[in-house]
Design a protein around this ligand. Structure first.
Ligand code: UD1
Ligand code: CA
Length: 454
């Protein structure tokens, strides 16, 4: 029994001129991941363990972008896709028997396609490639078939006559090759008028040699698209966004209006969560069951607990426990932990603050660098003055404390458990547990009464 060992070469050396960008094309983002990350994710899902990314234009940036995920090989200068594959092959051990070639700018090709190409190649074809019937075939190589249907060649658009241009079956640029055949033949692709060696010319060469080539039509042609400019990037984003929303809906998440909902590929959502319109979920975000997110929520890199609702608010790099209500119009900035059953805002802002279970911060107020206990009431307009112009200082508020409306807490300061501050108090010194302080600067209420009465 022969052992198949499989590897992939991902082409990412081209300049991507049509993007008109300082950023290399394959590092542009789609649903929160780079294009090339999507390609590498899918290859990993297809069980391809060895991957070589061919770099050239902006090589360092691309190499950094794939560090730890794939090895790289530099193609200098960039003399076309066949030349790029030759460079990639040189990095692979001789024991490899199957080579997938993927384009770094075709990030939507699904795992089933790679699996199908691997199977088709193994069933006795030197080349198995993905074709697609595109609504608009502009820019793609055309698949030329005999009347009986066998593929005979791929003709690049720039070399195609009118009749060939009219062919609507195009080359997606995704292939699986017999590795031995590829090694022997890759250098045979001739130079084009512009001095490039086209990988696509190997198809005609193989057929002329009596080798077997098969083109598998993509079940969903839109997923075979190559991204060459920003218009293509936005089109791919739309397709991917739709795919992501469908995946969540099939897994039991309600998404009221997928068209106005933006969910990164990296976001995890449990069944029975509900995502309301105009909501953006980004990065490493996790939403638990029965949470209601939106309308108009933006959540970045955060964890949201069960039954929590986030309405017209922004949450960044924070964790929110279960049964919390946030918003409308609150901003939870990085580094916050919000405990169960809290109520946060209208117009609350929090930063690097932990809030214990059952605490209420109903109306416009600011908590920064604070450690707030359980069942605390933060009155309307209460503010931690955490910054003295040089350094940030901490505020500690104990369990069950009551912070009166318009209280100013000048940090560093501690308000003990069960303590109270009066309306408009400016707290400059620690407040003992159970004490009530009032005034500016705030003093214990009994001292103030005594001084007023005496
Ligand atoms: C290519 C195919 C075309 C196919 C289309 C699918 C060739 C000659 N043409 O055209 O048949 O329909 O993809 O999207 O293969 N690259 C290198 N080194 C190079 C040149 C390119 O690594 O010297 C990389 C690019 O970075 C890119 C990929 O190969 O990721 C494809 O190159 P691109 O110039 O976009 O090819 P297309 O004109 O789209
Ligand atoms: Ca392309």
């Amino acid at each position: 029994m022969s052992v198949t060992t499989r590897a992939a070469i991902v082409l990412a050396a081209g300049q991507g001129t049509r993007m008109r960008s300082r950023v290399p094309k394959v590092l542009h983002q789609l649903a929160g991941r780079t294009m090339i990350d999507h390609v590498l994710d899918t290859l990993a899902a297809a069980g391809v363990e060895q991957v070589v990314v061919v770099t050239g234009h902006a090589a360092e940036a691309v190499e950094d972008g794939v560090a730890g995920r794939a090895s790289t090989a530099r193609q200098e200068p960039q003399r076309g896709t066949a030349d790029a594959v030759r460079v990639g092959l040189a990095r692979l051990p001789a024991s490899i028997t199957q080579v997938i070639v993927a384009m770094g700018d075709a990030p939507l090709v699904p795992v089933e396609v790679y699996v199908a190409l691997i199977g088709a190649q193994a069933s006795g074809h030197e080349i198995a490639l993905l074709s697609a019937r595109m609504a608009d075939s502009t820019g793609y190589g055309r698949i030329v078939r005999r009347a009986a249907g066998e593929v005979t060649a791929i003709v690049e658009e720039r070399d195609a006559d009118a009749a060939t241009r009219a062919i609507d079956e195009v080359n997606a640029g995704t292939y699986c090759f017999d590795a031995v055949w590829l090694r022997e033949n890759v250098a045979r692709a001739p130079a084009s008028a512009s001095g490039e060696h086209y990988l696509t010319d190997l198809v005609g060469l193989a057929v002329a040699d009596g080798r077997r080539v098969t083109a598998l039509p993509a079940p969903r042609p839109e997923l075979a698209m190559g991204i060459n400019d920003r218009v293509g990037l936005a089109a791919a984003e739309r397709i991917l966004r739709n795919e992501i929303a469908e995946r969540h809906m099939r897994a039991g998440v309600s998404i009221v209006d997928p068209a106005s909902t933006f969910i990164d590929a990296t976001v995890q959502i449990e069944a029975d969560a509900r995502i309301e319109p105009f909501t953006i979920l980004r990065g490493e975000t996790t939403i638990a069951a029965d949470a209601v997110i939106g309308p108009h929520a933006q959540i970045w890199d955060s964890t949201i607990g069960s039954r929590t609702s986030v309405w017209s608010s922004v949450i960044e790099s924070s964790s929110v426990a279960e049964d919390v209500q946030i918003g409308p119009y609150s901003h939870v900035r990085p580094g916050c932990q919000i405990g169960p059953r809290c109520r946060i805002g209208n117009f609350a802002e929090l930063k690097k603050t932990s809030v214990g279970a059952g605490t209420q911060q109903h109306h416009f107020s600011y908590l920064g660098d604070a450690e707030v206990g359980e069942e605390v009431n933060i009155g309307a307009g209460a503010v931690t003055a955490n910054y003295d112009g040089h350094t940030k200082h901490r505020t500690v508020i104990g369990d069950g404390a009551f912070i009166g409306v318009d209280t100013m807490l000048r940090a560093p300061v501690t308000v003990g458990p069960g303590a109270r501050t009066g309306a408009g108090a400016v707290v400059t010194r620690d407040v003992a547990p159970g004490k009530t302080v009032v005034g500016m600067p705030a003093r214990p209420i009994e001292l103030r009464r005594r001084s007023r009465d005496g």
